[in-house]
Design a protein around this ligand. Structure first.
Ligand SMILES: Cc1ncc(C[n+]2csc(CCOP(=O)(O)OP(=O)(O)O)c2C)c(N)n1
Length: 646
């Protein structure tokens, strides 16, 4: 780090160094943090806009509070890059989100300043309250501060925590970082309705007329006028207090301060100093701008929310290859086509219209599009309600975020056999976002739910057909899971085709081993089969298509011909597709097959590129080939004997 470019930052290694500065120097520190952040992220990629909006907050919080003794709990963690820069990690920022490097979110094992791990939204107030209660039980006296975005305030968990905090009356500060952008949407990112309430009322003509009527009246009352004006001023304050979000928070027993300009670091310091020692739950409402201080990110907050490496001057991505289309895009466009044919179909997202591809529906048929906020559980119950009225909701949620809605899937949807289509993008390993975001569990958590059908397409054509099939299916809930990223480029047929539920597809004939694969593991397994074939091992490769119900007829046929199966999935092997195969074989009384279940281990996989992680997990073609080969060496039976002889 250059001492001339970063005069202050070069000597700030931990917050203690920051606290030695004069408050008037903090603005310059903020400028340097911002510059450094843009420098780093332009090279590494990662989350940009949210961090830029939270620079002054991070500086002021670490300046006023005695961290790490006092505890800062950041929600989500995507806005915490400035916090990382100030807490001993600036020299490693160039490694962020890379294999072996810093995490893009918060991680307790990474730093004592990361008080609570995160990646998913709306958890900070609950965690902070737990920490405050533990503090009091242990007779300690540190401060606890939760920093939460307005987007995260669309998640019900935040209100559950505030309600509980109001009852427990613990000393706890919540900083509401309100940039009026909660949805990752290039069209309508404003989803926190309480914010509208606040601004609407202050510009409401009735409220303003009442104000001026009272004022005009008092002007006519000579001697009494001044006194009444004073009373009127009090009244106005009262009215404001009643009609601002203060009302909501105060009803929950939080003392409300704000709104405060979140980019005025001196003002923030002043405010934090004032409230620091107050008793009970406090809410400080801070107004910020996403992307603050970097023109491209201010202008295009959604595009520059999370980025690949980019040109600092233009803000444009520096990846120059022409991208193949993504599964997200294929799904988004197919849904629009289907919605045009079937008026009952609607699309639902939980604050991720761009990420899930529902943005196409929002652009083309907005009345069929619903962004419910960061509220996955609500999304599922909301969809279930619509389904009772004969609509066909397509709920598009990332695999990792749908974990939030498990009981809603069970209780509100599956028990009632409601026809809701679940579309799980980012299934499998997602790469740089790491363990909080990998979609490693969906096959396990969906498979155990009665009435559920689960599909995984091998390519983009099959994704379209599966969506069509899911919408035509009337038997209850049905899910499609597919990976992050580019499609195979197989080209797509214009018409949709209905697939037979529970029927697999044989892609390659073989006699030595059957590789049963799901989703994006099918293509890798086909390549593995070619590698095996070069060594004289002939693998039969099956595209399973359905993880539930499984194609049991096919399993029986395979078992009659081949003695060794390898199942391949990018889901945890516990409770996933391989487990399904084992269970179904047992149920069918088939015991003459040796099965190798290959997938993700029962551990949280760290971050890295998808290619790196697949390689490490042996889910790339070479890995699948190696796993199959070494499995065959240990298997007894005809195919193994065949292999051993060769
Ligand atoms: C449970 C969950 N759903 C969705 C997301 C994806 N996500 C990451 S940041 C974000 C927006 C958060 O809004 P806010 O807290 O206001 O932060 P901002 O990005 O506006 O600074 C969303 C929806 C998530 N992290 N967690």
């Amino acid at each position: 780090m250059s001492d001339t470019k970063f005069k202050y930052l070069s000597s700030i290694n931990v917050p203690e160094d920051l606290r030695k500065l004069d408050v008037q120097e903090l603005k310059a520190v903020c400028d340097e943090v911002r510059e450094f952040l843009i420098d780093c992220v332009s090279r590494t990629g990662g989350h940009l806009g949210a961090g830029l909006g939270a620079v002054e907050l991070a500086v002021a919080l670490h300046y006023v509070f005695n961290t790490p003794y006092d505890k800062l709990i950041w929600d989500v963690g995507h806005q915490a890059y400035p916090h990382k820069i100030l807490t001993g990690r600036k020299e490693r920022m160039h490694t962020i989100r890379q294999l072996g490097g810093l995490s893009g979110f918060l991680k307790r094992s990474e730093s004592e300043y990361d008080v609570f791990g995160a990646g998913h939204a709306s958890t900070a107030i609950s965690a902070a309250l737990g920490i405050a209660v533990a503090r009091d039980l242990a007779n300690q006296n540190f401060k606890v501060v939760a920093i939460v975005g307005d987007g995260s305030m669309t998640g019900g968990l935040a209100y559950e925590a505030m309600n509980n905090a109001g009852i427990l009356k613990k000393d706890l500060i919540v900083v509401l970082n309100d940039n009026q952008m909660g949805s990752i949407s290039s069209k309508e990112p404003r989803i926190w309705s309480f914010h509208h309430y606040f601004t609407d009322l202050l510009v409401n003509p009735k409220y303003n007329k009442l104000k001026s009527d009272v004022w005009n009246l008092t002007a006519k009352l000579d001697n009494w006028g001044d006194r009444i004006r004073r009373i009127a001023q009090q009244m106005e304050k009262g009215i404001k207090a009643i009609v601002t979000p203060g009302m909501l928070f105060e009803a929950l027993s939080f003392r409300y301060f704000g709104p405060i300009n979140g980019h005025n670091v001196v003002k923030l310091v002043e405010t934090f100093r004032q409230v620091k020692d107050l008793k009970g739950p406090i809410l400080i409402h801070v107004i910020t701008q996403k992307g603050k201080g970097y023109e491209p990110a201010e202008r295009e907050a959604t595009r520059l929310h999370g980025v690949t490496p980019f040109d600092k001057v233009t803000g444009e991505s520096i990846q120059n290859s022409v991208p193949l289309s993504t599964y997200t895009e294929i799904f988004g466009r197919a849904l629009v086509e289907i919605c045009k044919q079937n008026e009952k179909v609607v699309g639902i997202t939980a604050a991720m219209p761009d990420g899930t591809g529902l943005i196409y529906l929002q652009n083309e048929i907005p009345e069929k599009f619903f962004d419910v906020g960061i509220a996955e559980s609500h999304a599922v119950t909301f969809a279930s309600g619509m389904a009772t009225e004969g609509f066909i909701p397509v709920v598009a949620i990332y695999s990792t975020f749908l974990q939030r809605a498990f009981d809603q899937i069970v209780h509100d949807c599956a028990i009632q056999k409601l026809h809701v289509v679940f579309v799980l993008d980012r299934a499998g390993l997602v790469g740089q976002d790491g363990p909080t975001h990998h979609g490693a569990l969906d096959l396990s958590y969906l498979r155990c739910i009665p009435n559920m059908v689960i599909m995984a397409p091998k390519d983009e054509q099959e994704l379209r057909d599966m969506l069509y099939t899911a919408i035509a299916y009337e038997g209850g809930p049905i899910a499609i899971r597919y990976p992050r990223g580019k499609t195979l480029g197989v080209g797509i047929r214009k018409e949709f085709k209905t697939l037979e539920i529970g029927r697999a597809e044989r892609l390659r004939r073989g006699k030595d081993v059957a590789i049963l694969a799901v989703g994006n593991m099918v293509a890798n397994s086909m390549k593995a089969a070619e590698l095996l074939s070069e060594e004289g091992i002939e693998a039969e490769v099956i595209n399973m298509r359905f993880v539930k119900p499984l194609d049991i007829d096919l399993l029986k046929d395979l078992a009659s011909r081949i003695g060794a199966f390898v199942t391949v999935e990018d889901n945890s092997i516990e409770g996933g597709f391989g487990s399904a195969v084992l269970e179904n074989l047992t149920k069918a009384g088939i015991s003459n097959v040796m099965v190798k279940v290959h997938g993700l281990p029962s551990e949280f996989v760290e971050h890295g590129t998808i290619e790196e992680l697949h390689k490490i997990m042996k889910l790339d073609p070479k890995g699948i080939y190696e796993v199959t080969k070494s499995f065959l060496k240990t298997v007894e039976g005809e195919s193994a004997i065949h292999y051993a002889k060769n």
